[in-house]
Design a protein. Structure first.
Length: 219
């Protein structure tokens, strides 16, 4: 029987990104479980459909960004989960605060919080893979939460960032800059685009500039 893993979050963009990661994992047939993320806030109403979803779940996570502030919806869910002895945890994804828990190690919340804190496509995919292993018994591989550089030179060919947080580039890179006579165009782009792999526009810009005989340095 298929297992169901549910994450409720009060951050709309987070819920969208989590579901985006699930769609990729399903498309690549990397998981067998039903992984679902839902958004909630103070205006969210409890429904029978939510109860049915939680009843068939293997685990439910309720995540607040910042301090935990229970709502009528989260309280109704907590009562349902406790009554039915379902495995769940409610807490903050940014602070060491747990609202309620049943048969879930607090360390699991800390692990999930680290994936979310580090953010990005790879971390969100590995978050779901981790949960599938821990709570659905799947035999899949996952990587631990990984931090991304805050700045650096992007290598679009290999999907890598050369970390330049110290403010300098390597001797090899410097030599290449000196030896290449073509004019150099620096391109500043948002870190957010990189960690979510939204760089199609950047690749098009680089190709267009290089077709004009220019060098590019995406940072």
């Amino acid at each position: 029987m298929k297992k169901t893993i549910v994450i409720f979050t009060n951050v709309e963009r987070q819920y969208q990104r989590l579901n985006q990661a699930v769609r990729y994992l399903n498309r690549e047939k990397l998981i067998c479980s039903d992984c679902i993320s839902l958004f909630f806030n103070s205006e969210t109403n409890y429904s029978e459909a939510i109860g049915k979803l939680m009843l068939h779940s293997s685990v439910v996570f309720f995540l607040w960004q910042g301090a935990v502030y229970p709502t009528e919806f989260s309280n109704a869910c907590k009562r349902f989960l406790l009554k039915n002895q379902k495995r769940f945890i409610m807490g903050s994804s940014t602070q060491p605060e747990v609202e309620a828990v049943h048969e879930v190690d607090v360390a699991a919340l800390a692990q999930v919080s680290q994936y979310i804190f580090n953010s990005g496509t790879e971390n969100y995919r590995n978050l779901w893979l981790y949960l599938c292993v821990e709570f659905a018994g799947e035999e899949v591989s996952y990587l631990p939460p990984a931090a991304f550089p805050w700045m650096g030179v992007a290598d679009l060919s290999y999907g890598k960032i050369k970390d330049d947080s110290a403010g300098s580039i390597s001797g090899t890179d410097a030599a290449e800059c000196i030896d290449d006579p073509r004019p150099l165009v620096g391109i500043l782009f948002a870190r957010e685009n990189w960690i979510w792999q939204e760089v199609a526009y950047l690749k098009e810009l680089v190709n267009a500039l290089e077709d004009q005989g220019l060098r590019t340095l995406p940072v």
